[in-house]
Ligand binder design. Structure first.
Ligand code: ADP
Length: 459
């Protein structure tokens, strides 16, 4: 795998090299189109000035005059009529001047080697230290014809300032490359940390914290990742707790059934005891059955893929039907029931909503002493409907209210231990109401009673 850092490195170097090549090509074209001719013309002008000066002034010491010119930054090559050549200034690297060119100049023509030299494709020709890369002019001195070839001495032209500027460019290139490498490393560092953290999460280790404190996009990504990890960790904890609760809640009735079944095997058991043991087994099986049903209901609520099966139905009639089914229990506990139901037709999933009323009514029955009172009200509003289940039973302490909707949560087990329950009923109530876009409010006081108010929006 090519790392992001490697990619950044190759991209940067690639961009730098490409821009250098493009810049070189542009400058090169400019050199060939413009500079080459201009340079030739400029040097030709200087050569002609020198030739004119010699011809008009006839300096006594010709060699001395050429030496002075050479010292001011030129390489000079002079050929006389006898084809004897003299060099002034530093020697040429390549002495490739063709005889025909010399002859042409001695014949009175000009030589434009700097303009016409074809061998150099690139602008390096500008610096090419060859005898052919010169300009040539004829001149006469003391009645004799000479050919003068010359070009600037590049070495002399390169002053300290040029070296300083060149050095500056090199240092800038190195510094910018190095700083880009450091910046890239700093940018990529948090991504490496995120990758390591994601790997840990993948291995179900949710305890690590991300040491990334940045305000940019990577910082935001790290924050979201941290939140996601916390949520996953919470879900993982809940899942484990749920499994352990489920196992525990299945374990105790199973143990009871096993124990009482063993006792029933005793053939000499009196009829009275046999009946009571069979009753325990029956009630424990019912408990297991209701636990399984509630768990299945909760799972189906959790995994609800398709939307609720919403239909329009009469809510007041549904509540009346639920009460009718549990009337025998109300009578058994000699409970007084007050029902005030507005006629309400609403849209919702009746199968799930029925479970809500069943749970609220059975709780009111379970947690209210014999002879107590239960009030059920259905209030039709403009935007929502309120369904109120009020009892004058045991009540719930304030500190326990916040956990009532947690799965398997049961208040004060020592007090309610005789009361059958799974701790799943209110979770179901909460989940169904939430799916309908509603809410559940609880008002309760220990020893006074409890009021559950379900608020459902009218669609
Ligand atoms: P359970 O199966 O124990 O009834 P629920 O989820 O229905 O489980 O209720 C959770 C707990 O809330 C119960 O254990 C009970 O302590 C308390 N509770 C629920 N409804 C009432 C009520 N009407 N009066 C007093 N306590 C209640």
């Amino acid at each position: 795998m090519r790392s992001l850092y490697g990619k950044f490195l190759s991209f940067t170097t690639g961009i730098m090299l490409t821009s250098a090549v493009i810049a070189f090509l542009i400058v090169n074209t400019y050199y060939h189109q413009q500079l080459k001719g201009q340079n030739d013309a400029k040097n030709m002008h200087i050569a002609l000035t020198i030739a004119n000066y010699i011809e008009s002034e006839e300096p006594a010491d010709l060699a001395g005059y050429f030496d002075t010119q050479a010292a001011s930054g030129y390489k000079i090559f002079v050929v006389n009529e006898n084809r004897e050549a003299t060099m002034y200034g530093a020697p040429f690297r390549v002495e490739n001047l063709r005889t025909v060119s010399v002859e042409q100049v001695l014949d009175g023509q000009q030589y434009h080697g700097m303009r016409d030299l074809k061998t150099e494709t690139f602008m390096t020709g500008f610096f090419s230290d060859e005898l052919a890369n010169t300009v040539g002019v004829p001149f006469t001195y003391n009645g004799e014809t000479y050919a003068l070839f010359m070009r600037p001495n590049i070495k002399l032209l390169f002053t300290e300032v040029h070296y300083l500027l060149g050095g500056m460019v090199v240092v800038m290139a190195i510094v910018s490359l190095l700083s880009m490498l450091i910046v890239a490393k700093k940018l990529i560092e948090p991504i490496t940390k995120l990758t390591a953290a994601a790997k840990k999460v993948g291995e179900e280790q949710f305890n690590g914290t991300l040491d990334i404190h940045r305000r940019d996009e990577i910082g935001q990504l790290a924050k979201s990742f941290q939140r996601m990890t916390e949520k996953l960790s919470e879900n993982d904890r809940m899942r484990k707790e749920f499994i352990s609760d489920v196992s525990h809640d299945f374990q105790s009735p199973l143990l009871n059934i096993k124990g009482y079944a063993n006792l029933l095997m005793d053939s000499g058991l009196p009829e009275q005891e046999r009946k009571s043991y069979a009753k325990v087994i029956q009630s424990e099986t019912e408990r297991l059955s209701s636990l399984t049903k509630q768990l299945l209901l909760l799972t189906s609520l959790d995994q609800l893929e398709s939307p609720l099966k919403q239909v329009n139905f009469r809510l007041d009639e549904q509540i009346k039907e639920v009460v009718r089914k549990q009337r025998w229990l109300l009578e058994e506990k000699q409970m007084a029931l007050v029902m005030e139901l507005d006629e309400v037709a609403m849209t919702g999933d009746p199968a799930f909503l029925e479970k809500v009323w069943e749970n609220l009514l059975s709780n009111a029955l379970k947690y209210t002493e014999t002879g107590g009172e239960i009030d059920i009200r259905l209030l039709d509003g403009t935007v929502d409907v309120k369904i109120i289940f009020q009892d004058n039973g045991a009540g719930i302490a304030k500190e326990n209210l916040s956990r009532l909707f947690d799965r398997f949560y049961r208040v004060d087990h020592s007090r309610t231990q005789e009361v059958e329950g799974t701790g799943l009923g209110l979770s179901i109530v909460h989940q169904v109401v939430k799916l309908h876009g509603g809410s559940v409010e609880i008002a309760s006081e220990v020893g006074v009673g409890t009021t559950f108010t379900v608020i459902l929006p009218k669609l």
